[in-house]
Design a protein around this ligand. Structure first.
Ligand code: AMP
Ligand code: ZN
Length: 137
């Protein structure tokens, strides 16, 4: 993972605005934030994305993120928060080391998180539902 910027940050080879860290995770400020306080939660181990995380790490990262999210809310007094995580280029992932975004939101801010909703038919919804449901174990 020689070229991974987050691995470099974790190893101390690149600087970061570190908020908090424990043995497994680091919370840093995003240097190109959507809003001030936009935070990245990064595991210290290099996983490319969600599908590479084990069950234990998945639970731990949610708990760690929740702790930091609570502090952001308290300190910044934001009205809401988007928590998002991109997997794959098609989904907007640009750094291929798993990370979660915590984005403080304010009433009347101008951040655009929206998507244009499709208008699927009932049949399309049902077909999609059946495909997904049948794969759940
Ligand atoms: P994503 O598009 O989900 O992969 O998000 C990558 C994020 O990393 C972007 O929001 C960037 O602004 C952020 N980023 C890139 N380089 C750095 C860096 N050196 N320190 C902190 N954040 C960074
Ligand atoms: Zn990495």
């Amino acid at each position: 993972m020689d070229h991974c910027i987050y691995c470099k940050i974790i190893k101390g080879e690149l600087p970061s605005y570190t908020i908090y860290e424990d043995d497994n995770f680091k919370a840093i400020l995003d240097i190109f934030p959507s809003s001030l306080g936009h935070t990245l939660i990064i595991p210290k181990h290099h996983y490319q994305g969600l599908f590479d995380l084990g069950e234990k790490e998945s639970k731990e990262i949610i708990n760690f993120s929740k702790k930091i999210a609570g502090v952001l809310k308290e300190v910044l007094g934001c009205d809401g928060m988007n928590i998002l995580q991109n997997n794959g280029q098609a989904a907007g992932q640009t750094v291929f080391h798993y990370h979660m975004h915590l984005i403080p939101r304010y009433e009347n801010d101008t951040i655009n998180m929206g998507w244009k909703p499709l208008e699927p038919t009932q049949e399309e919804l049902k077909l999609t539902l059946d495909k997904i449901k049948s794969a759940i174990k």
